[in-house]
Design a protein around this ligand. Structure first.
Ligand code: ZN
Length: 165
């Protein structure tokens, strides 16, 4: 992964978050047990969160509004596709709105069922949060300098980050 990280200033931060859609419904939150660990500036998190964390001090809490283009991008109508119904023959209780994990070119990806016909299904390959403005509440728990290895890998190592060698 290519990054624009200044090796001297590279930081790993851990943070807790809650995220809501612009309609006020909660999308997700980190548990109290393990905060999320990221290498800043490496694209480990969406751009708007990365930028906000880079400006925060340890212990600080911040609420940020992040427009769709700095979150999961705009919704692309071309990503709505018609697939044979038998593609999902093994899935039970398929209905519009059902989200399924499929193997995409870049790994696992979530798709949303839009419409079910007799022999075909319309599926939306957009990220479920594409085109959605988000509000994050962030709390910066801790920070430390990044290791050479983390900078080379482009992500943070340890609990809440990548767990390997
Ligand atoms: Zn690694």
């Amino acid at each position: 992964m290519r990054t624009n990280i200044d090796e001297q200033a590279a930081r790993v931060v851990s943070f807790h978050y809650t995220v809501w859609r612009d309609d006020g419904s909660e999308v997700d939150h980190s548990g109290d047990a393990s905060p999320m660990l990221v290498l800043l500036g490496a694209g480990n998190v969406i751009a708007g969160v990365d930028r906000a964390l880079a400006q925060m001090q340890v212990g600080e809490m911040r609420t940020v509004e992040i427009a769709a283009q700095d979150a999961y991008g705009p919704r692309d109508p071309a990503l709505r596709q018609r697939v044979p119904r038998k593609t999902f023959a093994k899935v039970r209780d398929l209905k519009p709105g059902t989200q399924l994990q499929v193997r995409g070119p870049q790994g696992p990806q979530v798709v949303t069922v839009v419409k079910i016909g007799a022999s075909v299904i319309d599926v939306d390959f957009n990220h479920p949060l594409a085109g959605v403005d988000l509000r994050f509440e962030l709390r910066l728990v801790d920070e430390r300098p990044a290791t050479t290895e983390e900078i080379a890998h482009g992500h943070a190592h340890g609990p809440g980050g990548a767990q390997h060698g």
